[in-house]
Each structure stands twice: as C-alpha cells, then as structure tokens.
Design a binder for this molecule. Structure first.
Ligand code: ZN
Length: 332
C-alpha cells in the first residue's frame, strides 16, 4: 500500500481521541473572536507567534494566555462546538476531552456553568456520530488543595460523562505523593485516574503516578524509553501510554528525553513502546497549539516506521483503552 492510500485508509477509519485538551484546540481565528467578545483586539499574527515555542515553559505561558479569553460559559460553548466540527473532519467518533477545571477555579469561574454550556454545545453532535466524555484536570503546580477543589467540582457537576480526573501542568513542580489523598477522593466518587508523567519529567514520575496514585493511563510517558524495567512493568500491567508525537516535538519533550538537541519525529520511541507490548493510544494533545490533527499524528506514526497493521492496531487500542462501559463502542 502506498503512503497516500494508507493515509486515506486511516482517515476513513472511525477513531478515538483520548488525550486532547479543549483549551489547546482553539484555532487562532477563534482566539481573536473570543478576545473581541471581551473588548480586546488581537491580530491572528500575534496568536501564531504565541503558538510557537522554544521549550515547555513557553508553551505553558501560551496556554495560560489563551485561557485568559475564556471568561463565560458561552466562550466554552463556542470552542467545544469548533472542536466537535474539527473532530468530525478527522473521523473521530469518540473523544475523552480534558478540561482545565483547575484554571476555571483559579479564575473564580463556576465549573458547573461552563460544563453545562459544554454539554449543550456538544450533545447535538451525538446524532452526527460523535460522542464526548470529559476529564477534569488540575494543574500540578497549583498544589493538592486546588486539585481537591477540581474533584469537588466533578462531584458537583454529577454527570456520568465526567469519566476521569487527572493532573497536568508543570511535572517538575509539586511532588507526586502530595496528591495521594486527592486521587483517593477521585476514586471514591468513581472517577478513573490519569496523570501527565514522563513528558518532561523522568521515569520516576511515571512510577510514582502508578504506585502512589493508581494512574490507569499515562499522559505521554515517553521518559520510560530510558528505563527498561519500567517498560516491562507497563507491558505486564497493560498500562497505556497516551502518545502525542507532534506535541513532544514542539514542546522540546522529545529532545529532552532523547538527550538530543534537534530530534526528528522519526526518532520518537512510539514504535519501541508498541513492539514491547505496551498499550499505546495516539493523540494530538493540543491540536491548534501544536498545529496538528489526529490524521497527521497517524502520518507521523507511519514516518516512524509503523506498518499498516500496527497503525490499525493503534486505532483499535484507542477504543479498547477508552473509559467506555463494555459494549459502549459508540459509532465504531
Ligand atoms: Zn496533555
């Protein structure tokens, strides 16, 4: 099969997206429209400039900046609608979308009101074959108390579509063990547990996420390439890595983990993980902020040397590793 016919085949398959931040999906024109709603004039050129990073801290700054224009529930409705339309172009039928509820709380917003607006914006897409579930996310650098408030917000929203709790943000900030009571509370209210780990941090962050917090999937986890025993553990316990190659390249995470100044996407360790028996799901992370799409990430995986049957296996694992009830493989 030629690379273009393979791309067409992958594009036509129903797919799941499991590591996708709503706030990282806002295209430059929409950032300008949001800012204008609040009386601020920004040129698309400025958004594009801010959507280019020389390292992880610059990316976090840009993420903070873009979320400063999300001020009202209707702002969330707008970006959720745009994201849904975008996902349909990628053949996505199921998405677990991460919401930065920690940021909403920091800005003294009501997560319930934002969440209700999101549900209203996305529910009509079910009839078009696209189903959403949600992950409530805290920022590690805000600390355990703020993270607990995110779990509380999930409890108050009381929606079956909130399937998991996770932490993201600056992996090198607050120690993992401080979040243990927070994850216990999340588990008590029936949420699955996720964590961003081993993106810019070392393999020990991944181990801590699993051993101390009971993490069921690891966001990124590419640091495990430097720890063969951890690779064995991930394979034995079937703990999936949510791999976002374009993101890893653009934030400098790939360079950091490979200890190489300017790596190419072909050097990403995804094929090693897969061939080691570690479940792998492929995602975009922040598609607008990393100028990528899910189909582009499959093209990246093909550039790394994944064969057709391996690419199709990765598509399947997107559904197998989703937090869907058995038999809930909607639309696929
Ligand atoms: Zn992420």
């Amino acid at each position: 099969m030629t690379s273009s016919s393979l791309a067409i085949r992958i594009a036509s398959l129903p797919k799941a997206e499991l590591h996708l931040h709503l706030e990282g999906s806002i295209q430059p024109a929409t950032v300008c429209a949001l800012a204008a709603r609040h009386g601020i004039l920004i040129a698309e050129e400025e958004v594009r400039r801010r959507y280019a990073y020389r390292g992880f801290p610059e990316f976090i700054e840009a993420f903070k900046w873009v979320t400063s224009f999300l001020r009202e529930p209707q702002d969330y409705a707008l970006i959720a609608h745009d994201l849904a339309e975008h996902l349909l172009t990628q053949g996505v039928v199921y998405a677990e979308v991460t919401l930065s509820v920690g940021v909403m709380l920091l800005r003294r917003q009501l997560p319930e009101a934002n969440f209700e607006a999101l549900l209203r914006a996305t529910e009509p897409f079910e009839s078009r074959g696209l189903r959403f579930n949600w992950i409530f996310d805290a920022a590690r650098q805000f600390g355990p108390e703020a993270a607990l408030a995110v779990v509380d917000a999930a409890r108050q929203c009381a929606s079956k579509s909130i399937v998991a709790f996770g932490i993201g943000g600056d992996e090198l900030s607050v120690p993992t063990k401080e979040f243990r009571p927070v994850y216990d509370c999340a588990a008590e209210i029936g949420l699955h547990r996720l964590i961003h780990a081993g993106e810019i941090g070392g393999p020990e962050k991944i181990r801590e996420g699993i051993e101390l917090l009971g993490a069921e999937r690891i966001g990124h986890g590419i640091a495990s390439i430097n720890d063969p025993e951890l690779m064995d553990l991930l394979a034995e316990r079937e703990i999936p890595l949510e791999i976002c190659p374009g993101s890893n390249l653009k934030t400098g995470a790939l360079a950091r983990q490979l200890r190489c100044a300017d790596p190419r996407i072909e050097e990403h360790p995804l094929p090693e993980f897969l061939r080691h028996g570690i479940p792998v799901v492929l995602s975009t992370d922040d598609p607008a902020m990393f100028h990528t799409t899910l189909c582009e990430e499959y093209a990246n995986a093909a550039r790394m040397g994944l064969r057709e049957e391996e690419l199709i296996r990765v598509v399947e694992m997107g559904f197998e590793r989703a937090f869907l009830p058995a038999g809930g493989r909607h639309g696929a």
